[in-house]
Write a protein that binds this ligand. Structure first.
Ligand code: AMP
Length: 211
């Protein structure tokens, strides 16, 4: 089964992807996480991607499509949940063509719906543990001790692209380049709209009932 999580930055795609992995055994593919790992290892792809990511811009389609092609061709017969991919109509078309060559197709696309003012608060308040990846929010989901990870006491950090000036750009990029995918998948009868408001458990229940 191939699922796609679609929605603005901060709508909870990463959290729901992690729950699908933890509880239902899906392979969680976050292109953002893959790219951040390349950046921290300073690979040629990472160095190229970093310039775009720090400005809140999308990394060029061909780099992303190549990354996904490599991943899928190594293990085509798993259950996947894609989080943050595809992000442009161009990527969605390339994805479809690639899947077709493997006799696969996207099964369902879950669109997480959330208003702009909440998105900004979720992103600007997000803090992550650089060691274990746990995420917190200084407004909604504080760590037990100020700015320290609950699991390993590591000081939390803010993602470069969660800074206010970059958030505005990410939202603009989302509206211009990613939101057309809502129509794209609606026309293919694959789109399921989920309210992203509420706790992660509430959202996960909504998602599960549509699976
Ligand atoms: P995310 O963690 O999904 O918010 O992604 C962080 C950043 O990685 C984005 O702002 C983009 O610069 C880049 N990125 C992640 N996924 C993609 C994608 N599918 N296409 C292009 N750029 C991406």
């Amino acid at each position: 089964m191939i699922l796609v999580l679609l929605g603005p930055p901060g709508s909870g795609k990463g959290t729901q992807g992690a729950l699908l992995k933890q509880r239902l055994g899906f392979e969680h593919v976050s292109t953002g996480d893959m790219l951040r790992s390349e950046v921290s290892k300073k690979t040629p792809l990472g160095l190229k991607a970093q310039e775009y990511m720090n400005q809140g811009l999308l990394v060029p389609d061909e780099l992303i499509v190549e990354m996904i092609k490599t991943l899928l061709s190594n293990a085509p017969d798993k259950n996947y949940v894609f989080d943050g991919f595809p992000r442009t109509v161009n990527q969605a078309e390339a994805f479809e063509a690639m899947l077709k060559t493997m006799n696969l197709d996207v099964d369902k696309v879950f669109y997480f719906d959330l208003d702009d003012d909440i998105i900004v608060k979720r992103l600007s308040g997000r803090r992550v543990c650089p060691k274990c990846g746990a995420t917190y929010n200084i407004y909604y989901q504080k760590p037990k001790n100020d700015n320290l990870c609950d699991y390993d006491n590591t000081p939390l950090v803010q993602r470069e692209d969660d800074k206010e000036e970059v958030i505005i750009n990410r939202l603009k990029v989302y509206k211009e380049q990613t939101s057309p995918l809502v129509e794209f998948y609606k026309n293919k009868n694959k789109l399921y709209v989920i309210s992203a408001l509420g706790s992660q458990e509430e959202v996960f229940e909504r998602l599960k009932s549509l699976l």
